[in-house]
Design a binder for this molecule. Structure first.
Ligand SMILES: *Cc1c(COP(=O)(O)O)cnc(C)c1O
Length: 590
C-alpha cells in the first residue's frame, strides 16, 4: 500500500483528473451482496484498480481546479497511518494524555504562526482560551453558534425567569453575509434560530454599517442579536468581510463573533496577508481548515475560542464513567465538540508543522498565489476572456466575454474532456469559472497546459456558435448599472453561494453533477441505471407541478431535484407534460 500510495502521488499528473463515468456506474460493476467468505487481498485490490480508481476525481492532481484545494502531503499521510494504527480516542485527558496535550501544543504553535492574539492560546492551565481540532469548518461554525446560543439563553433566562428556553429561542437572531458559506445557514437551521443575510458591498465584503443597520432594526422589533459569522475568503470569490468594522458592531451589541476563514486562513502564515486579520482580537471564535490549503489531509479544522467555558456550558455532560482524577485540571476535549469520541488528528498536524517548518509552508502558499497570478495574466492577455471580480490568493474567477451560455458551455466541455476540472460560481447574474490552484506539484508548465486546453475548447465553442474562433469580436457594451439600482433590485442576492443545496432559494449554481456536466446525458444515463433499482414512479399532481417547474424555470438544479424526471423516463410512459394553459400560467408567473 505504501508503494501504491507513493506511485499514485508521484504519477498523478498522468491520470485524467475528472472521471468519464455516469451516475450508477459502480452499481453495475460490483455485486449486490457482501461476501460471506473472506476474499483474497489481490482480488479486492484488483477491483480498486479496475473499478474504483477510474471513478474518482483526482483531487491531488495539478489539473484539479474545482472547489478549494484539499491537499495531503507525505508527513500528513504518515501521521494518519500512525494514528490509525494506534487508534486512540482522545475524548478526555485520561483517555489518552499525549493525544490531548499534543493537540493543545500544536494548536498553540499554529495559532502563533498565524499571528492570533494570546487570548486564543492555551499556554497556562487556567487560561480560558485555546484551540481544538474539529472535523470540518461546518462543525466549527455550528459549535460556535451553539455556544453563543447557550450564552444568550442564559442571559435571557436571568431577565425572564418565567419563560422557557424554547420561548426565548424565538427571540434570538444571528447574521452572516449573503456570501457566507451554506454551512452557516445550515448551522442556523440546526440551531433553530433566525438568520439574517447582510447584503455585501460591491467587493462581496460584509461591512459594519449594513450589519449595524440590520441589528438596530431587529432590536427595535424586540429581537436579540446573539451571533455573527464573518467570512475571510468567501467560497464564491475569496472575498473578505471587514473584520474590524464587523467586530466593533458585535462588541457594541454583545454578539458573539465567529470567523470562518476555511480556505484563506492558511495564507495568514504569511505576514503580507495578515491585513485581512485586522480586528481578529474582537472575535470570540476563529476557524480555518489546514485540511484545505495547508497539506494536512482531511479531516482537520483548526478552531480557537477566547472562552472555552462557553463551550463547556454548552456541551458538558459528565457521567461517572468519564470522570477521572484530573478532571478539571486538564483539558477534556469532549466538552469542546459535539461527538464524544475523537481521532488523534494532532499527530498529522504536528508532523506537517515540523517537517515543512514555517518556511516550507509559506513557500507553498506563496507559490500557489504566484501561479494563480500567472494564470490571471494569461487570461487577461486574451481579449476573448475577462475577469469580472478582483482575484485574491490562489483563485481566479474568469469567463468568456458575452453571454453566460458561452462560459457554461466551455466549462461543461472542459469537464467532459477530463483534462482539467473546475466548477462555476455566479455573481449578480454573471456566470464565471472558478480556477483554484490546488496542488503543491503544480508547475508553470501545468498552468500553461491548462490554459492551452481552455483556449482550444473556447475556440471550438466560438467556432460552433459564430463560425470564427475569435467569436463575436464586437463585445457588447456592459450596461451601466448604478450601485443604488443594484441595491434596490438585487434579485440575485446570495447567488454566489456555491455548492449549496439548501433552501435559500436563489442558489442556482451548484457543484452537483448536473451543474458541471452535460445535462441531458446525465438524465438519460440515470434513467437507465435507476430503472434497475425498482423505484416506485409517482404520478401525482404534485409531481407534475414540480416537473413543470423544473422544465419551465430553465435554471440548473441538483441531480436530486431531477429524480422525479428520471423516474418519469424509467417507466416508459412519457413525462407528464403540461397542457397549453398550464404552460401559459407558468410563464405568467415569471
Ligand atoms: C470550504 C468552506 C467551508 C466548508 O468546509 P467544511 O470543512 O467542508 O465544512 C465553510 N466555509 C468556507 C468559507 C469554505 O470555504
Amino acid at each position: 500500500m505504501v508503494d501504491y500510495i507513493a506511485d499514485y502521488l508521484e504519477n498523478i499528473r498522468d491520470r485524467r483528473v475528472y472521471p468519464g463515468v455516469q451516475p450508477g456506474y459502480l452499481h453495475k460493476l460490483l455485486p449486490k451482496e457482501a461476501p460471506v467468505a473472506p476474499e483474497k487481498w489481490d482480488d479486492i485490490f484488483r477491483d480498486v484498480d479496475q473499478h474504483i480508481m477510474p471513478g474518482l476525481v483526482h483531487w491531488q492532481s495539478p489539473h484539479m481546479h474545482a472547489y478549494f484545494p484539499a491537499l495531503t502531503s507525505y508527513p500528513s499521510i504518515m501521521g494518519e497511518m500512525l494514528s490509525s494504527a494506534i487508534n486512540v480516542l482522545c475524548f478526555t485527558w485520561a483517555s489518552s494524555p499525549a493525544g490531548t496535550e499534543l493537540e493543545t501544543i500544536s494548536m498553540n504553535w499554529l495559532g502563533k504562526l498565524l499571528g492570533l492574539p494570546d487570548c486564543f492560546l492555551n499556554e497556562k492551565n487556567d487560561s480560558p482560551g485555546g484551540g481544538v481540532i474539529q472535523t470540518t469548518a461546518s462543525e466549527a461554525t455550528l459549535v460556535s453558534l451553539l455556544a453563543a446560543r447557550t450564552r444568550a439563553l442564559m442571559e435571557l433566562a436571568e431577565l425572564n425567569p418565567d419563560m422557557q428556553s424554547s420561548e426565548l429561542l424565538g427571540h434570538l437572531i444571528c447574521y452572516c453575509s449573503d456570501q457566507a458559506h451554506s454551512s452557516v445557514e445550515k448551522a442556523g437551521l440546526i440551531g433553530l434560530v433566525r438568520m439574517r443575510y447582510i447584503e455585501s458591498d460591491e467587493n462581496q465584503s460584509m461591512r459594519g454599517a449594513k450589519l449595524e443597520e440590520a441589528i438596530l432594526s431587529d432590536k427595535a422589533k424586540g429581537l436579540v442579536p446573539f451571533w455573527v459569522c464573518a467570512t475571510l475568503g468567501t467560497t464564491g470569490s475569496v472575498a473578505f468581510d471587514n473584520l474590524r468594522e464587523v467586530g466593533e458592531v458585535c462588541a457594541r451589541h454583545a454578539a458573539w463573533l465567529h470567523v470562518d476563514a476555511a480556505y484563506a486562513g492558511s495564507a495568514f502564515l504569511c505576514p503580507e496577508y495578515r491585513h485581512w486579520l485586522d480586528g481578529v482580537e474582537l472575535a470570540d471564535s476563529f476557524a480555518f481548515n489546514p485540511s484545505k490549503w495547508l497539506m494536512v489531509n482531511f479531516d482537520c479544522t483548526a478552531m480557537w475560542v477566547k472562552d472555552s467555558t462557553a463551550l463547556h456550558r454548552t456541551f458538558n455532560v459528565n457521567p461517572i464513567y468519564l470522570r477521572h482524577e484530573n478532571s478539571g485540571k486538564a483539558i477534556d476535549y469532549m466538552h469542546w465538540q459535539i461527538p464524544l469520541s475523537r481521532r488523534f488528528r494532532a499527530l498529522k498536524l504536528w508532523f506537517v508543522l515540523r517537517n515543512f517548518g514555517l518556511v516550507g509552508l509559506q513557500k507553498h502558499i506563496r507559490e500557489s498565489v504566484r501561479l494563480a497570478q500567472k494564470f490571471e495574466a494569461l487570461v487577461l492577455a486574451d481579449q476573448r476572456f475577462e475577469i469580472p471580480q478582483q482575484s485574491n490568493l490562489g483563485m481566479v474567477a474568469f469567463r468568456m466575454k458575452g453571454d453566460n451560455a458561452l462560459t457554461e458551455r466551455l466549462l461543461k466541455r472542459l469537464n467532459a474532456r477530463g483534462f482539467i476540472h473546475a466548477v462555476p460560481a455566479c455573481f449578480k447574474g454573471v456566470y464565471v469559472i472558478r480556477f483554484t490552484v490546488t496542488s503543491p506539484r503544480t508547475t508553470n508548465q501545468d498552468i500553461l497546459d491548462d490554459w492551452n486546453e481552455i483556449k482550444t475548447v473556447a475556440s471550438e465553442i466560438l467556432m460552433d456558435v459564430f463560425g470564427s474562433e475569435n467569436g463575436n469580436i464586437v463585445v457588447p457594451k456592459k450596461p451601466r448599472i448604478s450601485l443604488k439600482e443594484t441595491r434596490e433590485l438585487n434579485a440575485t442576492f446570495g447567488t454566489s453561494l456555491l455548492l449549496a443545496n439548501s433552501p435559500m432559494s436563489p442558489k442556482i449554481v451548484n457543484g452537483t453533477h448536473a451543474a458541471i456536466c452535460d445535462y441531458e446525458q446525465v438524465l438519460t444515463s440515470c434513467a437507465q441505471t435507476f430503472a434497475q433499482l425498482k423505484m416506485e414512479p409517482k404520478d401525482s399532481p404534485e409531481m407534475r407541478r414540480r416537473i413543470r417547474g423544473i422544465k419551465m424555470w430553465g435554471k440548473k438544479f441538483s441531480l436530486d431535484s431531477c429524480m422525479d424526471m428520471v423516474q418519469g423516463m424509467m417507466v416508459e410512459q412519457s413525462l407528464p407534460l403540461c397542457s397549453e394553459d398550464e404552460i401559459e400560467d407558468a410563464s405568467n408567473v415569471n
